[in-house]
Design a binder for this molecule. Structure first.
Ligand code: URA
Length: 240
């Protein structure tokens, strides 16, 4: 059970002050009755709450999958750059949403955005070994020697040890001296892919995240678009 004003504010109908006004005006019905008291107790699991003609379902955890474009930073606010949260429509935006893990400004691809702190923590903790898969175009020719080096665990910048990572060489353009690779990591150090590639003498030209655990980048999402996760996607992530 919870107060009606909290129920509506949690559902982003407005601030607590704004929803109190909405309730006073007689715009909210609970189980068919107009309720004008903001203290009215609702059962968020079974009561039918309507704002005007719109049914308001209670949900306290939100999960979005974004195809992050380049040029946008993975932060909730910034004074200079556009952030991934700026790409949200007003109707979906909530102050408590945050991106799970960071993609660089020039990295694109899968970004999970949620207000579920425990899930985010679980997905990011190196202890839980949740895989993050990246696709990269790299200058230089990746070799089997590199595959072995990644698999053994690289040391980057002299003293930082990486957990074993899987390097898959998808194609090599010998004329242009460019390789297309996939890299599967179980941790998320700062600039990790770029630093690992640099450690074997190559350079990342383009980077895209394809997967986080069971969650795949949705190819139907254009760059900058997002959608809610399906119930199945949420259940799979929670079971990792
Ligand atoms: N590794 C990087 O170097 N950059 C990213 O954005 C993600 C992983």
């Amino acid at each position: 059970m919870m107060r009606l004003d909290k129920f509506l504010a949690d559902m982003a109908l407005g601030s607590r002050k704004e929803v109190k006004k909405i309730i006073k005006k007689g715009n909210v019905k609970v189980n068919g009755k107009i309720i004008t008291s903001d203290k009215f107790q609702v059962d968020e699991k079974c009561d039918l709450v309507f704002y005007k003609e719109e049914k308001i379902n209670y949900q306290n955890e939100f999960y979005y999958l974004m195809n992050k474009p380049q040029g946008v930073i993975t932060a909730t606010t910034d004074n200079v750059d556009q952030t991934v949260m700026d790409l949200f429509q007003d109707s979906d935006y909530r102050l408590d949403l945050f991106p799970v893990g960071r993609l660089d400004k020039d990295t694109e691809g899968l970004l999970l955005i949620t207000n579920d702190g425990p899930l985010a923590h679980h997905l990011l903790s190196p202890k839980h070994h949740v895989e993050k898969e990246y696709q990269a175009t790299v200058s230089g020719i990746m070799s089997n020697k590199d595959v072995t080096a990644f698999f053994k665990g690289l040391t980057i910048d002299g003293d930082e040890n990486c957990q074993p990572a899987r390097l898959i060489i998808d194609s090599i353009d010998k004329d242009k001296e460019i390789s297309s690779i996939r890299l599967i990591l179980q941790e998320g150090k700062y600039h990790q892919v770029k630093r690992m590639v640099k450690a074997v003498g190559k350079e990342v030209l383009n980077l895209k995240r394809l997967r986080m655990g069971s969650l795949l980048l949705d190819e139907n999402l254009d760059l900058g678009e997002y959608r809610e996760l399906t119930k199945e996607e949420i259940a799979q992530l929670k079971s990792l």
